[in-house]
Design a protein around this ligand. Structure first.
Ligand code: PLP
Length: 318
C-alpha cells in the first residue's frame, strides 16, 4: 500500500548529506509515488503540480521566452486561454487555430486538447508532431485510458488530475508527463508551485479505479449521447465517442437555465470527470465564445437509465 507522509523535512544521512527527500518543496515520498504511478500510465516521467492550471503556467513559463508564440487549439479549455492571456504582459503571445488541421508556422509551442472542452474536437496529432515546434497535449478528458500522447510523438501530456485521474471531486492537482523533465522540476521547486502530500495520496487511490471508471463513464455517455440526438429539444450533440464528457445545445440561454435548475439526480455544478454526474451551462463562464444554449454533461457512475430519466424530465422544462 502507498503511504501518506505529510512531513516537510527529512533528516540528512549519517554523513550529513541530503537523501532523495529533504524538503517537500523539492519532492516528497507520497508525491514521488504518485508521479511514478502516473508516469507509468502515460509512458513517461510525471511532474505533479497543485492544479492543472499550475501545470499549464509552469510548463509555459519554463519552456518559453519573451517574444515566443503559442498556437492554442481554438475551443480548448477556457482557462488555458485565460492563463496565456495573463502571461502576455511578460511577452508570451498566443494565437488560436483549428486543431483538426495543421498548426500555423512561426510558433514555438503547439497546445492541443484531446478532446477539447467543451467543443469535443479531437486534434490532428500527426500534423502537429510534423511541425518543428514542441507539442503539448492536454489529455485531461481523454485520460491515459484512451490516449497516450507521448506514444503518438507529442513532447508533453498535461492533465488536470482534478478530473478523471483523481475522480472523486475532492482533489485539486495537475500533471505534466514527458521525457527529461529536469528543467520543469527545477522550475517547480524554485518557484514553489509544489504539490502537497494529501492530494497526491488521494490521486494514488483514484488511479487504482481509473480504467474501470472511465470505461463505465464512456458507456454511459455513449448511451446518453445517442438518446440526446433523437430528443426534439436538442439542437446539436458533441460526443467523440471517448470518455464520459459530452456537450449539447438547447434553444437558448433561458432554456439552458431551465434544464439546469430542473435536474434532480444530475448535479448542477462545474468540473468534470468525477464519480457524480454534473451538468452546467458554459455560457455563464465563457460568454459568447460558446452558444448560449450549450450544456456540458459529465457522466458519473450512476445508473445510465436513471441519468437519462433525469435529463429527459429536465429537457421537458427547456
Ligand atoms: N485542462 C482542462 C481540459 C480542464 O478542463 C481544466 C479544468 O477545468 C484544466 C485544464 C485546469 O485544471 P484545474 O482546474 O485543475 O486547474
Amino acid at each position: 500500500m502507498e503511504s501518506l507522509d505529510r512531513s516537510t523535512i527529512w533528516p540528512y544521512d549519517e554523513r550529513g548529506e541530503p537523501g532523495d527527500f529533504y524538503y517537500s518543496r523539492y519532492s516528497s515520498p507520497t508525491v514521488a509515488e504518485a508521479e511514478a504511478a502516473l508516469g507509468a500510465l502515460d509512458g513517461g516521467e510525471a511532474v505533479l503540480f497543485p492544479s492543472g492550471s499550475g501545470a499549464t503556467t509552469s510548463l509555459a513559463l519554463s519552456l518559453l521566452e519573451p517574444g515566443d508564440t503559442i498556437a492554442l487549439a481554438a475551443g480548448a479549455y477556457y482557462g488555458t486561454g485565460v492563463i496565456l492571456q495573463a502571461l502576455a504582459k511578460w511577452g508570451l503571445r498566443h494565437v488560436e487555430f483549428d486543431q483538426t488541421g495543421p498548426p500555423p508556422d512561426g510558433v514555438q509551442l503547439i497546445w492541443l486538447e484531446a478532446p477539447s472542452n467543451p467543443f469535443l474536437t479531437m486534434p490532428d496529432l500527426e500534423s502537429a508532431v510534423a511541425h518543428p515546434a514542441r507539442v503539448v497535449v492536454d489529455s485531461t478528458v481523454a485520460t491515459p485510458v484512451n490516449l497516450r500522447p507521448l506514444e503518438r510523438g507529442a513532447d508533453f501530456a498535461l492533465h488536470s488530475a482534478t478530473k478523471y485521474l483523481a475522480g472523486h471531486d475532492d482533489v485539486l492537482l495537475g500533471a505534466v508527463i514527458g521525457h527529461d523533465l529536469d528543467d520543469l522540476r527545477t522550475f517547480r521547486s524554485r518557484t514553489g508551485i509544489s504539490p502537497a502530500a494529501d492530494p497526491a495520496w488521494l490521486l494514488l487511490r483514484g488511479l487504482k479505479t481509473l480504467e474501470l471508471r472511465v470505461r463505465r463513464q464512456t458507456e454511459t455517455a455513449s448511451a446518453i449521447a445517442e438518446r440526446l440526438r433523437s430528443h426534439p429539444k436538442v439542437l446539436e450533440v458533441r460526443y467523440p465517442g471517448i470518455s464520459g464528457l459530452l456537450s449539447f445545445d438547447v434553444a437558448d440561454g433561458d432554456a439552458a437555465r431551465r434544464v439546469e435548475t430542473a435536474l434532480e439526480l444530475v448535479v448542477n455544478a462545474t468540473s468534470l470527470g468525477g464519480v457524480t454526474s454534473v451538468l452546467e451551462s458554459r455560457h455563464r463562464w465563457e460568454g459568447d465564445r460558446v452558444p448560449a444554449g450549450l450544456l456540458r454533461f459529465s457522466a458519473g457512475l450512476e445508473d445510465a437509465d436513471a441519468l437519462w430519466a433525469d435529463l429527459a424530465q429536465a429537457l421537458d422544462a427547456a
